[in-house]
Design a protein around this ligand. Structure first.
Ligand code: URA
Length: 220
């Protein structure tokens, strides 16, 4: 059984766990330590698409007049400005391709944060964001919600840049990370494939899948 099969985490409003069998099966393959880099990347791209499908489920629609080969009709199209996808470097990039395949016209931003290994606190080293963030739904991409410190800092940055409608897409989360993020940003809903047991002394997720960046890029 996955660590948290429920679709809603008790006490964690705004957290949605996608317990779809395809998501859970692919996640198990990703967790397995013997899964090599290539399949790991492909699985992350596939799961991202399944999660992105859920995180975009309530996007607003408008009507557009089109002509089918048979007759004119008022057809539904996404309303408002294009979405923005923001990847938290570097692991977020592993989710970007999958999300872009689903939402090809999205604008794309990047936030560079690393975790100080001593303090586990985030340090920002890069930021490049689309304009008009205030008018776009922003989907923040990063597979691992561990302590929540980097994530909360990334959301701070997006809000300073004007973003008002932020959603978070994760592969794995921890109860600690969810509590930290929801304490700082209760307005940001989180969609994840699993809520794992917790963290080890170095801030790695247990049972987790190891270092997501290293596994997707073949580094150590
Ligand atoms: N980042 C990772 O890549 N893995 C963890 O377990 C925690 C943070």
């Amino acid at each position: 059984m996955p660590p948290c099969p429920a679709t809603d985490v008790p006490g964690a409003a705004g957290v949605q766990v996608i317990d779809h069998p395809l998501v859970q099966h692919k996640l198990t393959l990703m967790r397995e330590r013997s899964t090599p880099t290539g399949p790991f990347r492909r699985l992350l791209r596939e799961i991202t698409q399944l999660l992105a499908y859920e995180v975009t489920r309530d996007l607003a629609l408008a009507r557009r007049r089109i002509d089918t080969p048979m007759e004119p009709m008022e057809a539904p199209v996404l309303d408002g400005k294009k979405l923005a996808l923001v990847s938290i470097l570097r692991a977020g990039n592993g989710m970007l391709d999958g999300a872009l395949e689903l939402i090809p016209s999205a604008r794309v931003g990047f936030v560079g944060l690393y975790r100080d290994p001593q303090t586990l606190q985030p340090v920002q080293y890069y930021s490049k964001l689309p304009e008009d963030l205030s008018e776009r739904v922003v989907i923040l991409l990063d597979p691992m919600l561990a302590t929540g410190n980097s994530t909360a800092a990334a959301v701070d940055l997006l809000k300073q840049a004007g973003a008002r409608r932020i959603r978070f897409l994760r592969l794995l989360a921890t109860p600690e990370g969810l509590a930290r993020l929801q304490g700082a940003h209760p307005d940001v809903p989180i969609t994840t494939a699993s809520v794992d047991r917790g963290l080890d002394a170095k801030g790695y997720i247990l049972p987790g899948l190891g270092d997501a960046g290293d596994r997707m890029f073949g580094t150590r």
